[in-house]
Write a new protein. Structure first.
Length: 431
């Protein structure tokens, strides 16, 4: 089983490039099948989740041509199967975007119901509510969502019961090829929602208001070819910002949109970091011990839930007691027990973590409970005194391209290893 082994203590110094946003890419790759013409997508992150979704698209008959590591051509004209295999939804929940894409284009789709995951139960009732509002017949049969609309889909006025990124995107895709006009209220405003809307519009869709809480969609008959570049990944960027802060480093993070990072920048500045914004880059400098604050995760433009484990680890090293409230998912503090093995002093009560900052962590063997918590534990290892071994790093590889390579380029002593023997060799090498 692959592991990361880290010798902590080195400040992260230097510069790195951020890749395309995983959470935009998964929806855009799905939407790409909605035309029978060829779509050319650049700045695709080369991570496990996007590669699994490309396999799923090929499995239902779509043509996928890898131009290079970060560029792909997709043609959906040869799709003959509107049913996605369970193996894909089991690997990545976001395969459910194929539901909105297939339903929008073919007016029928079958996708296994995604189970819960490590951060919560994550129902998709709002997705199904939207599809039904558009006139689809949606049933759950033998563990799969079976959606069809023989009479076609019809634009409607839809209110989401809560802000949901996935439901906003899935309904937007289906509505983009419905008859008539759809208004989607209480829509998610994340940058990746905007990126999917921009992509669909580049294919000839008619979507207005993405990025606000009311999205207006006038359905079109057909979508056409497009060339598109995926937006930079704000969560990847935020993760490196916090890595710089936790190791008292100085990192220039390139190929970002600083506006997308404002909530993270505000918190880092509040606790004592220096953050410099440039047109398409951001620099984080932390030279002294940081101090406490309160954080509450909220839908964009609030502080992102996908950055909650990372800032909690940072605050676990800060002076004073911090409070972090997770208002989006019900089970996103599983890393706290792992952090305790490194000396972290965090108490979880319901959806709130009470964090008593400590002077420093000591290296230990820990296990990544999910994607973002795994990245946060790596950050803890980078800041710790001694050796940290992180197990279950496949979670991390789902959303971070070349994570250990980028960190090593900033001076981190980190290596991906495949055996205990390699861990010993690393220990010997770093002394
Ligand atoms: C997306 O998940 C992201 N995943 C998540 O990132 C991210 O944490 C989340 O948005 C919030 O920003 C992808 O984009 C692939 P939601 P999604 O629907 O769409 C509840 C990562 O680390 N809800 O906005 O599933 C839900 O349970 C991942 O990259 C319903 O109750 O999130 C949650 O409590 C983790 N019914 C809240 O809404 C629904 O039908 C927000 O979920 C849909 C959601």
């Amino acid at each position: 089983m692959e592991q990361y082994v880290i010798r902590g203590g080195n400040p992260l110094v230097g510069e790195i490039e951020i890749g395309g946003a995983k959470n935009a890419a998964l929806a855009i790759l799905s939407a790409a099948i909605m035309t029978d013409e060829t779509v050319y997508i650049e700045n695709l992150p080369d991570v496990r989740d996007t590669n699994v979704l490309l396999d799923a698209i090929q499995k239902i008959g779509g043509i996928v041509e890898r131009v290079n590591r970060h560029t792909v051509r997709i043609n959906g004209s040869t799709i003959g199967d509107y049913s996605v295999d369970y193996e894909y939804i089991k690997k990545i929940r976001a395969s459910y975007y194929l539901l909105g894409a297939l339903l929008g284009k073919y007016k029928k789709a079958e996708v296994p119901l995604p189970g819960g995951c490590n951060i919560g139960s994550r129902p998709i009732d709002q997705h199904l509510k939207g599809f039904r509002a558009l006139g689809a017949q949606v049933d759950i049969r033998h563990g799969a969502i079976c959606a069809s609309a023989e009479q076609g889909l019809f634009g409607r006025h839809i209110y989401l019961d809560m802000v949901s990124v996935g439901a906003t995107i899935n309904i937007m895709m289906a509505a983009s090829m419905a008859n008539g006009y759809t208004i989607l209220e209480n829509a998610a405003r994340e940058p990746h929602v905007v990126d999917v809307a921009n992509f669909l519009n580049s294919m000839g869709a008619n979507i207005k208001g993405a990025g606000t809480d009311v999205i207006r969609i006038r359905g079109v008959e057909k979508l056409h070819a497009a060339n598109y570049m995926i937006v930079p990944d704000m969560i990847e960027a935020g993760t490196y910002m916090i890595g710089a802060a936790a190791t008292k480093g100085d990192v220039l993070i390139k190929n970002v949109i600083p506006k997308h990072l404002e909530a993270i920048t505000a918190k880092l500045t509040e606790i004592g970091c220096e953050v410099q914004e440039f047109d398409d880059a951001i620099r984080v400098i932390a030279s002294k011990r940081l101090h406490r604050t309160h954080v509450k995760t909220l839908p964009y433009p609030g502080y992102p839930t996908d950055m909650q484990p990372q800032i909690s680890v940072l605050l676990a090293l800060a002076r004073g007691t911090s409070i972090v409230t997770e208002s989006i998912f019900e089970n996103r503090f599983k890393y706290v027990d792992e952090l305790a093995r490194m000396g972290g002093n965090v108490k979880v009560e319901g959806n709130t973590a009470i964090i008593d900052g400590v002077e420093g962590f000591t290296g230990a063997r820990v296990s990544a409970p999910d994607l973002r918590a795994g990245a946060a534990l790596v950050i803890a290892g980078l800041a710790a005194d001694g050796i940290t071994v992180v197990d279950d790093i496949t979670y991390i590889q789902r959303g971070y391209e070349d994570f250990e390579v980028k960190l090593a380029s900033l001076g981190a002593e980190i290596q991906k290893v495949f055996s205990e023997k390699e861990v010993q060799k690393f220990r010997y090498r770093v002394g």
